[in-house]
Design a protein around this ligand. Structure first.
Ligand code: PRP
Length: 220
């Protein structure tokens, strides 16, 4: 199966928090399929009648599937998209999955200013974004890549700080961490493969416009 099969439009959806919100939005524009549910373990779900294929991938892999054209379209958080830095078109802000990237430190060890953390260790799932952020401020940091539960880093002495996403703030609060710098806002985005955008322009354009209309109407 490749998305070069021009009859189909292949959409990569991320497992996890964004999955059901993405599926819910796509249903509103008639893009759905039997088994498209977070309870299913199927990785490829096809709607033969409408010639749509959904692939369900690990969140951080969605931009890769879209960049290489294994998927024509993907839904992904802006945080993951910025970190991946892939050659894809970002077409729409889908408005859900709102969060922001920030730097946080243990409350009890808060230093006076940001530059007091120069040459310290930062634990993060987003080393590229973090490096860009600190680099622009002339700071040289040691980046420790973690894949989850980033907040543990400074608590167990692995790092002095974290760069991570915050949604409700609960994880920071419950672990006595404090945000000290807001880095960038994020939310779910619709991304498109650059070749697919030309080859399947009519279908993709129609989907984007339908989504735009539905988003402008707001929640139903
Ligand atoms: C994310 C993020 C924070 C948390 C923030 O982790 O890394 O830990 O959510 O959300 P909050 O502000 O609402 O508490 P996620 O739940 O995706 O799991 P992970 O730690 O395994 O990455």
């Amino acid at each position: 199966m490749t998305s070069n099969d021009n009859d189909y439009l292949t959409i990569a959806l991320p497992k996890g928090k964004l999955f059901s919100l993405s599926a819910k939005l796509l249903v509103r524009v008639g893009y759905t399929a039997e088994d498209l549910s977070d309870k299913s373990r199927k990785l490829i779900i096809t709607n033969e009648e409408k010639k749509i294929r959904f692939i369900v991938s690990k969140t951080s892999d969605v931009p890769t599937y879209v960049e290489y054209g294994a998927a024509d379209i993907g839904i992904i958080g802006k945080d993951v998209l910025l970190e991946a830095n892939k050659e894809v078109y970002e077409m729409l802000d889908l408005g859900f999955g709102k969060c922001h990237l920030m730097m946080a430190v243990p409350k009890a060890e808060k230093r006076e200013k940001l530059t007091d953390y120069d040459h310290t260790r930062v634990a993060t799932k987003y080393p590229h974004i973090a490096e860009q952020f600190f680099g622009q401020r002339g700071m040289q940091m040691e980046y420790i890549k973690l894949n989850g539960s980033i907040e543990l880093g400074p608590i167990v002495g692995l790092s002095e700080s974290i760069v991570d996403i915050v949604e409700t703030g609960t994880t920071l609060r419950e672990n006595d961490l404090e945000e000290i710098v807001h880095i960038v806002d994020a939310s779910a985005r619709l991304i498109v493969n650059r070749v697919s955008f030309k080859l399947k322009f009519d279908r993709i354009h129609e989907l984007v416009e339908d989504l735009r209309r539905v988003l402008n109407r707001g929640e139903e």
